[in-house]
Design a protein around this ligand. Structure first.
Ligand code: FMN
Length: 221
């Protein structure tokens, strides 16, 4: 039986080496369906690119990466909030892929810019998310403590604690976890300072927080 999104959140780790086994037609169909839903909901231009051996930079191909062929091209119209919306949609796609038994890797810096930009048309590419059959399942990232990334005014409710715990499982650029979540009543705000990756990190962390806390438990301030 397929795992739930919550289970996927705990099972997901960065995987940079893949077996080379192609995605099945069924996986392609399910991933494309999920991409379409995210594009519609968030006004994005994400696409599944298949069979592109040049997606990550040459240095990565010679060192830590292996058999990266298929990926989500994370792109959209160059408007305010693009990075955050892509981060949010990307979290959904990464966890969904994990429920199918696939692995992923968000590459926001060391992707092959000319190769990827030529496929994005008029859209701005923020990165790629490699997807496929991992040669490994990866391992948990080094993590901060809840108290280092959050505070709640008064006694923190259980949903806030679950949200922060989930947020700490989110992928962030360079595993920086440079975000801070503030809760008060049923409102939560987030700040994130991770340079050019702040927007994508914010979307990824928000998605994870919502999955942990439950979307009905609170609202974003
Ligand atoms: C916005 C963003 C950009 C990233 N860029 C790169 C990158 O350029 N190269 C790379 O090897 N990993 C990149 N990563 C992967 C992170 O290093 C990885 O997600 C992080 O170490 C946390 O590990 P985890 O995914 O296992 O939770 C990026 C991740 C995010 C969220």
């Amino acid at each position: 039986m397929a795992m739930t999104m919550e289970e996927a959140m705990r099972a997901r780790h960065m995987v940079r080496r893949y077996t080379g086994e192609p995605l099945s037609e069924e996986h392609v169909r399910l991933l494309e369906e999920r991409i379409e839903a995210n594009n519609r909901e968030h006004g994005l231009g994400i696409r599944l690119v298949r069979g592109d051996a040049k997606a990550v930079s040459g240095v990565m191909r010679l060192t830590v990466a292996k058999n990266v062929r298929d990926y989500f091209l994370m792109a959209g119209a160059d408007e305010d909030g693009l990075d955050e919306r892509l981060g949010y949609a990307g979290a959904d796609l990464m966890l969904f892929a994990q429920t199918l038994g696939l692995n992923t890797w968000w590459v926001g810096g060391t992707f092959n810019r000319s190769d990827v930009a030529s496929r994005a048309g008029a859209d701005r590419p923020v990165g790629i998310v490699a997807v496929g059959h991992g040669a490994t399942q990866g391992k948990p990232h080094k993590t901060k403590e809840a108290g280092q990334v959050s505070s709640y005014e008064g006694q923190a409710p259980a949903w806030f604690e679950r949200g922060v715990e989930a947020a700490l499982l989110a992928p962030t650029a360079l595993a920086k976890q440079a975000f801070f979540l503030r809760g008060r009543g049923d409102e939560v705000s987030i700040e994130c300072d991770n340079g050019i990756f702040s927007g994508a990190d914010t979307g990824l962390v928000k998605y994870h927080f919502e999955l942990g806390a439950g979307r009905g438990s609170f609202r974003w301030a």
